[in-house]
Design a protein around this ligand. Sequence first.
Ligand SMILES: O=C[C@H](O)[C@H](O)COP(=O)(O)O
Ligand SMILES: C=C(OP(=O)(O)O)C(=O)O
Ligand SMILES: [Mn+2]
Length: 421
Amino acid sequence: MMHLGLPAAGPAPLPLAVAVSRPRAQQPEWPDQAGVRAVREALRTAPPLVLPAEADRLTARLAEVARGAAFVLQGGDCAETFTGNTESHLRGNLDLLTRMAAVLARAGGLPVVRLARMAGQYAKPRSAAMDAHGLPVYRGDMINGRAATPAERAPDPDRMLRAHAASAVAMNFVRAWTGGEVFTGHEALVLDYECALLRPGPPGDRRPYSGSAHFLWIGERTRRLDGAHIGFAELLANPVGVKLGPTTTPEEAVEYVRRLDPDGVPGRLTLVTRMGHRRVRDVLPPIVEKVTALGHQVVWQCDPMHGNTFVAPTGHKTRRVEHVLDELAGYFEVHRRLGTHPGGVHLELTGDDVTECLGAGIGETDLPNRYETACDPRLNTRQAMAVTARLAELIRRAPKPGRAACHCHGRPDRMSAWSLD
Ligand SMILES: O=C[C@H](O)[C@H](O)COP(=O)(O)O
Ligand SMILES: C=C(OP(=O)(O)O)C(=O)O
Ligand SMILES: [Mn+2]
């Protein structure tokens, strides 16, 4: 791995058991501990879904993004489901991601790294523990069922095995359909699952690799610095991300960089900012400035979805495309002003013809027509392509790295006019 010339290899990582014994937010209350132990054992010996060398390849691709020579497009369902793990759904989402990447690659004259929220996005952090019926909330197919009955909502550890199997099927399809160069990622949420899927790297490596995905991120609800999720992410050899919501302070952001990228490996850490369209222009600049001053080559990525969710009068959780576009514009404005690379975006979208977000032909009265998401509202194809067109404009207008006054990145050594990978 390439290092930045920061102090060489930091302190040895903590033992896994110590790291994940810290406060564990958003974990299922499994009723059956013997069942959990048996599942963990089965996952420990199961084939991993991805291999260490693939994760290293992604780190190298993200290092290109970090230094301004590429762009990363991450997208897919908010929550995958077992019944939705079909050929047409996977193909629709992958094809949409590929179409979008092609437009962005042409606009920017830069390679676009495709990172699918797929083959593992089966667990959800929730705002409330109980739903309107007084039942435990749905937390993703890896944990419990969506139907509003006590039996379905009871956490079932066997679902972790089903999630692994469904992810393997999806991963097989991703590899076959795309020819192998689309990477996958999901939120590292359920620690019983993620810890059991850790695998050793090459001899001599101090850090284990995740066998569950190429890229894992820590969510806004589980990112406390003294918590188990950040402890887990610190240990990994894979590239990792952390979601930063509008309450993040610049000092906290710096601490994430120190903790999650102790060795200064370009592309190791992605900071996923999801500030909301109203806050992004105020909250993002001091964070970017303070992190930039540290000298690490992180990837900046904008998630313009999660800060822009509201409930429509119909009762549907939704998002307006215009708010998504505004947050993206704010993100580009901030990075352009500060001379940093707006390295990527992270979107919830689907190739299915859903009516979950507002805009591009979908109004409030259309929401009930095909509102199919298991959790958050996704952009449909038309909406995602509208976002892509706007992104293409923003990318075209952004100063090209190496030509602009970009004080944190070296000159890119690889500028391809048309490339998806
Ligand atoms: O995907 C993100 C979160 O899991 C989701 O927004 C939480 O939804 P909730 O606020 O309805 O619990
Ligand atoms: C839970 C998610 O986002 P956040 O942690 O930013 O709320 C998500 O990406 O689905
Ligand atoms: Mn979501």
